[in-house]
Design a protein around this ligand. Structure first.
Ligand code: TAP
Length: 472
């Protein structure tokens, strides 16, 4: 058997612990830096450096077995990761996160399975302080792996994105969960000689639960589900850390578990929906049904007139949404913003926390286009200034500007905080049609007297307006 890759170093245990402390300090610093767009890239690199320290020091310990297999795994994982991250489109990022998250959960479940086989080999008893984390990591890791795969399939349109529901689904899921818990309790009671068959049965039941838990959730709710499953993966990894007595796995898993939980709660708060509503209401089914709309007149506008309105304004606020991501319009929008600023127009960007389809979606796109951070205004900061704005330009956003959220208590998005573009002096909405967005509902903003609709692809429209502004 090939030795552990760095076994020749054979550091003592205090040195290993010190390196692990350095590693998770770097994780924490990395997450801290990730809280602002200007430092997020550096944060990623710092956290990656922490992971490198953790991997190198772990590979140098004598608990590592087959070094050849480990090297092969590292090479395959690195190759797939590098190619995938270079090729992925920004709009496909949620499904990539789903896949990576699933692999993490699956890895935690497999580690637990292997540890179970290892510690119970030859019919020996498993101490409960090891067995409980093993069972926890098995169940949660398996749910996370299979649930994340379904989330990936829905976002990638490999399986239907609409909620897949059948009568009594929640009861079936409840019974499945009860069976898993009962299996774990029996295994725990029999920890002197736990049944291999029952353990595998629990693993399979958790896999079925992962599938049946995510299938009834609508495709558009997947980012929140992925964030929740990400928290699950973190907890599964932390439990695997307890089973292996590995401090860096415990800390890293806890960090992922807690940050995933906070992110899930923040996203549901920004959508004004409870976690229960997100997980159990089959939201996409309602949205699809809400397709019929009454015909109402709108005012439409071309690029030339839009350029005149913007070029002669004192202040303009851009409100980007999912359509800007789809059209990859961020660079054209930046070009337009630069043209306006050259003419002395004050330009800002209003960022809604759930605009787009993943957390920070708009921040990432605008950062990619080098929009200065000081021009990015959070919703709570820009809304009080909205009445002073001469023109609000909505670029491929819809729900996050829909006044029904504050005016119509029966609306599916009632209570969701919005960017109050309807308070600006004039509004230009750039989108291709009057089609609804994620929530599947009409937007009264499009029919207001102060609103002009520019029906076009966001990228083409922004470039055309920028060219017209140059001509003014
Ligand atoms: P949406 O309400 O989904 O509206 C996007 C609009 O973009 C559509 O109405 C579409 O209209 C337009 N569009 C699509 N392609 C376009 C293109 N090439 N050029 C121009 N316009 C285009 O987006 P939003 O306002 O950003 O709101 C986000 C929604 O997603 C919210 O309801 C939120 O709750 C939900 N959500 C967000 C997240 C996160 S974390 N961000 C997670 C889950 C759900 P046309 O087809 O007419 O062009």
């Amino acid at each position: 058997m090939i030795q552990a890759p760095l076994a020749a170093l054979s550091p003592d245990s205090d040195f290993v612990t010190a390196c692990y402390i350095v590693a998770f300090s770097l994780f924490i610093l990395g997450i801290r830096q990730g809280t602002h767009p200007s430092t997020a890239r550096r944060g990623n690199l710092i956290a990656a450096a922490g992971m490198l320290v953790a991997i190198v020091i772990t590979l140098s310990t004598d608990v590592i077995g087959n070094g050849g297999l480990i090297l092969l795994g590292i090479l395959i994982g690195t190759g797939v990761g590098v190619v995938a991250s270079l090729r992925v489109q920004m709009t496909d990022m949620p499904q990539m996160v789903a896949l990576y998250n699933g692999v993490g959960g699956g890895a935690a479940a497999l580690i637990s399975w292997s540890e179970f086989r290892h510690v119970s080999a030859g019919g020996s008893s498993i101490p409960l302080d090891i067995f409980v984390p093993i069972l926890f990591s098995t169940v949660i890791g398996s749910v996370s792996f299979w649930g994340s795969n379904i989330a990936f399939g829905k976002l990638q349109a490999i399986i239907p994105s609409r909620p897949v529901q059948f009568p009594g689904q929640h009861i079936v899921n409840g019974l499945l969960l009860a069976a898993i818990l009962a299996g774990c309790i029996v295994l725990g009671i029999d920890h002197d000689s736990p049944s291999q068959g029952l353990y595998v049965g629990v693993l399979i039941a958790a896999a079925v639960l992962g599938n049946s838990f995510v299938l009834p959730i609508g495709g558009a709710d997947m980012p929140v589900v992925i964030s929740l499953l990400n928290a699950f993966t973190g907890l599964a990894a932390a439990a695997a850390g307890f089973a292996l007595d590995n401090v860096v796995l415990i800390v890293a898993g806890t960090l992922v578990g807690s940050s995933g939980t906070i992110l899930t709660l923040e996203m549901s708060r920004a959508m004004n929906r409870s976690i229960g509503n997100l997980l159990f209401s089959g939201f996409g089914a309602v949205s699809a049904a809400a397709g019929e709309r009454e015909e109402r007149p709108v005012s439409s506008i071309g690029a030339e007139d839009a350029a005149i309105k913007l070029g002669y304004a004192d202040s303009v606020v851009f409100v980007p949404g999912y359509g800007m991501a789809v059209a990859q319009a961020q660079h054209a929008v930046k070009e337009l913003a630069d043209g306006l600023q050259k003419r002395g127009v004050e330009v800002n960007f209003a960022i809604h926390p759930v605009a787009g389809r993943m957390p920070g979606h708009m921040n990432v796109l605008l950062a990619e286009a080098d929009v200065p951070y000081e021009q990015l205004k959070e919703m709570d900061e820009i809304n009080p200034e909205m009445p002073q704005m001469d023109v609000a330009v909505v670029i491929g956003a819809n729900d996050v500007t829909n006044p029904a959220a504050k005016d119509d208590p029966n609306s599916p998005i009632a209570g969701m905080p919005i960017i109050e573009v309807d308070e600006a002096k004039e509004v230009i909405v750039i989108k291709r049609s009057l089609s609804p967005g994620f929530a599947g509902i009409d937007n009264d903003l499009f029919y207001e007297d102060k609103t002009s609709m520019l029906f076009a692809d966001a990228k083409g429209a922004a470039s055309d307006i920028a060219a017209q502004v140059e001509e003014l």
